[in-house]
Design a protein around this ligand. Structure first.
Ligand code: UD2
Length: 387
């Protein structure tokens, strides 16, 4: 019987009564980090029923342990789903300020859920323990909200990212893949925007997301933490929240049109965005997590379709798919808004093997189909409540 087997046998009996596991208890007894992390699944089995599910098999076939921040949000829940579906072990972190529990409901019994705010340094450090790869999606992701209340988004987006990097460094996490933003380019020309261009952030949100990228690069150079930043270009798709004044335009317009409400275009509608369907983003993340370090560590990549559309064109397509008849209503331009956003995606193609498989129109079709389902389900439950 090897040392691990002996240890497992002993701890199975010792810890059967515990409500929680904590690798520091092991460290106190002089076990190495590897031994501690190998013991985790065992302890979880012993404490089954308290909400922890670290069920990866012990030994050589053990899968990677992933931490997804912002896991109950739009992008985080898609990533969590993809990891769970392929059998990986997922620790999901969210403070539920905008994330929704129902986004994770189908996989709830297959993940470890931590209700943690990224601003809570100690809880974040603990969440990183035993993790190999982090997908950092948690943020307050809104240009207008950051203009209105820069401090709140500053603490979530900059302090939160810093806390996570510190946690990752101390826990010896292998790689952090980060949700960066195309807003970092600002109104930089020429188009399409390439990673080598100097950034030109305008809004506080754009600055915050860019600071995260710089921190990631520093942690790669200074501490050898493998980092990959993906600059997201206006991601859309099912589960994107439509119900806040700060919601992304696609979610907002699709659900308003289905409800027969009039959306407002800020400005003349000739601004353009490189709208990117969520499935492409999941693919980019999984590839960024798996790519060889010599190709990706410390780097940043555009994550987009390379297919920009004006807001007027987007409005027309959405109206067609939803059956909405009214022409657009125009309002004043939005503060901090940039005019054109259009990515060159050749670097991601080359280094990650990334390919946007779902194009703009197919993405719109799937998105409208999902909001329609939500709308029908919502109308049905309102009718039942009224009856
Ligand atoms: C920025 C980033 C995006 C992501 C996002 C997070 C750019 C180019 N993109 O998206 O990558 O990080 O922030 O939130 O910086 N609009 C209307 N009416 C509405 C709502 C929006 O006309 O009711 C317009 C808005 O003025 C803008 C466009 O739609 O021109 C897209 O707005 P958005 O809030 O969906 O995303 P954006 O571009 O700020």
């Amino acid at each position: 019987m090897g040392k691990m087997d002996e240890m497992n046998k002993m701890w199975r009996a010792e810890f059967a009564y515990l409500h929680w596991y904590d690798e520091f208890w092991f460290k106190d007894f002089g076990y190495s980090k590897v031994e501690c992390s190998l013991a985790h699944p065992l302890i979880a089995v012993a404490t089954e029923g308290w909400g922890t599910r670290m069920l990866s098999p012990v030994g050589e076939n053990r899968m990677a342990v992933y931490l997804v921040t912002g896991a109950a949000g739009f992008i985080g829940s898609w990533l969590t789903e993809a990891l769970v579906e392929r059998g990986d072990t997922v620790r999901a972190l969210d403070n539920f300020s905008t994330g929704k529990r129902e986004n994770l409901a189908p996989w709830r019994d297959k993940i470890e859920m931590l209700e943690v705010d990224l601003r809570d340094e100690q809880a974040v450090a603990k969440a990183c323990e035993g993790v190999e790869i982090i997908f950092h999606e948690g943020a307050i992701p809104s240009v207008p909200l950051s203009v209105k209340d820069p401090r709140t988004s500053h603490t979530a987006n900059i302090d939160g990212t810093f806390n996570l990097l510190e946690g990752a460094r101390h826990a010896k996490v292998k790689r952090v893949v980060y949700a960066a933003s195309s807003s970092a380019y600002g109104n930089k020309n020429p188009l399409p925007q390439r990673e080598s261009m100097l950034p030109g952030p305008l809004s506080p949100y754009a600055v915050q997301k860019l600071v995260g990228e710089l921190y990631l690069h520093s942690y790669w150079k200074m501490y050898g933490l493998e980092t990959v930043a993906l600059r997201y270009f206006n991601i859309f798709g099912p589960r994107q929240a439509p119900d806040s004044p700060y919601s992304g335009v696609m979610a907002k317009f699709a659900s308003m049109m289905l409800a027969g409400e009039q959306p407002t275009i800020h400005g003349d509608g000739e601004q353009s965005r490189d709208f990117t369907y969520i499935e492409n983003v999941v693919q980019a993340n999984l590839k960024a997590a798996a790519a060889p370090a010599d190709k990706v560590a410390g780097r940043m990549f555009n994550c987009a379709c390379g297919e920009p559309k004006t807001l007027n064109e987007t409005y027309r397509q959405l109206a067609k798919l939803t059956g909405y008849k009214n022409p657009p209503q125009y309002g004043p331009p939005r503060e901090g808004d940039i005019k054109h956003s259009y990515a060159d995606i050749s670097a991601a193609r080359e280094a990650l093997g990334y390919e946007p498989n779902v194009d703009f129109l197919e993405g719109l079709r799937r998105t409208v189909a999902w909001y329609r389902e939500q709308h029908v389900a919502g109308s049905r439950s309102t009718a039942v409540a009224r009856a």
